[in-house]
Design a protein around this ligand. Structure first.
Ligand SMILES: Nc1ncnc2c1ncn2[C@@H]1O[C@H](COP(=O)(O)OP(=O)(O)OP(=O)(O)O)[C@@H](O)[C@H]1O
Ligand SMILES: [Mg+2]
Length: 624
């Protein structure tokens, strides 16, 4: 240890004094001082805040000379961030108060380098003055490692936080997606099941529960136990071959219930390894599919009884019979020349019947090639014949399920198909051409013919047994020439339908024209009249037309006067009357039976008063 006198340094007087005091006190310990001087541990001593001693290691570390050091307060070399702390602790030590013996902080060297130190202190009192002895060692490397560690830890923590947030986000997205999918599957109007690799049902949506009228658990259990059977050839194939399938027909049977028919589509679900784990199958009731097909293909009955325009007593009677007939499920035969309104009647009957909400399917047997009538009516299975559509095709009978099948021009049906038709009507079930599955049928048949079918029966062109089966109720619609009063009424009706203004001009039509129209034979009946009205409406926009405007056929008939028409009208009327009374008495007996003699209910159903029913019971001598 050097005395300042030897170095010639001139720090503050008090510092010199304290320095010398410290020096003198430890002079006798020169060997120990020598040891401290060479110690790698940094050491300095301060008294009254002022540094009074620093060893070589300390001087070398900070880069200040001893002289510079002796001008410093003990906190001067401390990094500004720690000055307050060090100053506070240091002062407490100096005053002999308790303070942490060890402290870690940063100091700045003369050249501005930051060094971390860990210091320890002790206090010595010499002649009533407190000298604080400070030793310290460099912990920069440790702090650096510690910092790096902390940084790494912080970074890791940050990454964990970020990842957690990301996971949470994707979790929420997944939950949302799952809820969305579940929402779709629950609200979809088709039945949906999920079936696993083992062929067990795992899930059913609410629609499927409604369709089968069973709860999900019952469906799963009944399917497992075999009580509920699905014709599942395509489902099995889907699970085995990993292939989707579309719109295959299937049947679900449940012990003790009516079989249900569906159109199903399936998609295999593969797991992340690409092997199939489950399958989703969508069920659509075939009746629903048929309803859609019928709606889109226009197979609906538009006309009602109120659309039948007439002032002819015979037609009015016919309407009465038809209205009554519409209440029963009996087959109806409508006879009438071309264009008399056979289909109009058929549609009106359908719309008034209990099947009104079901389909109305019309098939014109005269317009389909003979060899196709069978497949058109009864359908066919895939591969039944060359050109058969893949997946097969339902016939009109199936499409008309729960509704009316209108067989127009029934007289044109080939004999061999008549046999099949008869069998279907008798058994109330059919099998598609080439198939073996039996399909139950609940359809009301209305037939139409413009031939005298009875003559056809007598000539062997129409089967008698079929004739009787179809001809349960017979309606004959008279040709226009037998109900001349309808001619002008219908003409006015059609003209004003096309152009409302005609109602003001119609009465101005010349007498000669009226006579010509009345005298005309109308071989095309109401349709011909409708066409004429259309022609007039489009070509005579000054709302008048004369005799010369009529098509050529008309003048020819003008000179002939045929009172025969009105006579035949009368004949037909009396014929019709007897048919009407016959049907009326049958109808009332039937209803009385149905309601166990309750006249009130019969009156309600027929829409007449109770008194009328009693009168009719008496008139027809019906036994109660
Ligand atoms: N009384 C009527 N009132 C209103 N329109 C009628 C009447 N009778 C027939 N029509 C109309 O005449 C046209 C022919 O009727 P519909 O097709 O029913 O005859 P059809 O007897 O089935 O004929 P076809 O034998 O040619 O098949 C239709 O447009 C129908 O609406
Ligand atoms: Mg027709």
């Amino acid at each position: 240890m050097k005395d300042l006198h030897q170095t010639g340094v001139q720090p503050k007087e008090k510092t010199i004094e304290n320095h010398q005091l410290f020096y003198k006190t430890y002079r006798d310990l020169q060997p120990f001082f020598n040891f401290i001087e060479i110690s790698p541990i940094y050491m300095h001593v301060y008294c009254n805040d002022q540094i009074v001693y620093a060893n070589k290691a300390e001087i070398d570390r900070l880069g200040y000379s001893l002289e510079e050091m002796l001008k410093m307060k003990f906190w001067d070399p401390v990094h500004p961030d720690y000055v307050d702390l060090v100053r506070q602790i240091g002062k407490s030590r100096q005053l002999g108060m308790s303070a942490p013996r060890r402290t870690e902080f940063k100091v700045l060297t003369k050249s501005g380098k930051e060094v971390w130190v860990d210091i320890f202190t002790s206090v010595e009192t010499i002649q009533g003055q407190n000298f604080v002895l400070v030793g310290g060692y460099d912990i920069t490397d440790r702090m650096k490692v510690q910092d790096e560690l902390q940084n790494a830890r912080d970074e890791l923590e940050q990454r964990v936080l970020q990842r957690t947030a990301e996971l949470q986000q994707s979790n929420e997205a997944l939950t949302l997606q799952q809820q969305m999918l579940l929402g779709i599957v629950s609200n979809i109007s088709d039945g949906v099941i999920i079936i696993n690799r083992q062929g067990d049902i795992e899930f059913c949506n609410p629609t499927m529960e409604n369709l089968l009228n069973l709860e999900q658990d019952d469906i799963i259990e009944s399917f497992r136990s075999g009580k509920l059977a699905i014709d599942d050839t395509s489902i099995k194939k889907m699970l085995e071959k990993q292939t989707a399938f579309q719109e295959e027909e299937t049947v679900i049977s449940f012990a003790g219930r009516k079989e249900m028919r569906f159109l199903i589509s399936g998609t295999p679900i593969k797991d992340h390894e690409g092997s199939i784990s489950k399958g989703v199958v969508v069920f659509r009731p075939l009746a629903e599919v048929h309803r859609l097909v019928n709606r889109i293909s226009g197979a609906v009955a538009r006309f009602r009884f109120k659309d039948i325009i007439t002032c002819s007593a015979i037609v009015e009677d016919t309407i009465q019979i038809a209205k009554m007939a519409s209440k029963s499920m009996s087959n109806i035969m409508i006879e009438g020349e071309s264009g008399t309104g056979k289909e109009l009647f058929a549609q009106a009957i359908h719309n008034q019947s209990s099947l009104a909400n079901g389909p109305f399917i019309a098939v014109n047997c005269g317009a389909i090639p003979r060899e196709l009538i069978g497949s058109e009516l009864f359908g066919y299975v895939e591969g039944a014949f060359t050109g058969a559509r893949k997946g097969g095709n339902p016939g009109k009978f199936e499409l008309a399920e729960g509704g009316t099948l209108f067989l127009d021009e029934i007289g044109d049906m080939p004999i061999e198909q008549q046999v099949t038709l008869l069998r279907v009507l008798q058994e109330k079930q059919l099998t598609r051409i080439g198939g073996s599955k039996v399909i139950p049928i609940n359809v009301r048949i209305i037939c139409a013919t413009n031939r005298n079918l009875y003559t056809e029966v007598q000539n062997g062109r129409f089967r008698q047994d079929l004739f009787y089966r179809l001809n349960v109720i017979n309606l004959r619609i008279p040709p226009l020439r037998e109900r001349k009063s309808d001619i002008m009424l219908l003409l006015k009706y059609f003209l004003t339908q096309m152009d409302g203004a005609w109602s003001n001009y119609f009465d101005q039509i010349e007498l000669s024209v009226r006579e010509a129209l009345m005298a005309y034979d109308w071989p095309g009946n109401v349709r011909e009249l409708q066409n004429l009205a259309e022609k007039i409406a489009y070509t005579h926009n000054n709302y008048q037309f004369r005799l010369k405007d009529l098509p050529s056929g008309f003048e020819a008939t003008l000179s002939e006067n045929s009172p025969a028409a009105s006579i035949s009208d009368l004949d037909a009327r009396s014929d019709m009357k007897s048919q009407l009374t016959d049907l009326e008495s049958k109808q009332i007996s039937f209803l009385l039976q149905k309601y166990h003699g309750n006249v009130k209910k019969v009156a309600e159903e027929t829409g007449v008063s109770r008194r009328t029913i009693y009168r009719k019971i008496k008139k027809y001598q019906i036994e109660l």
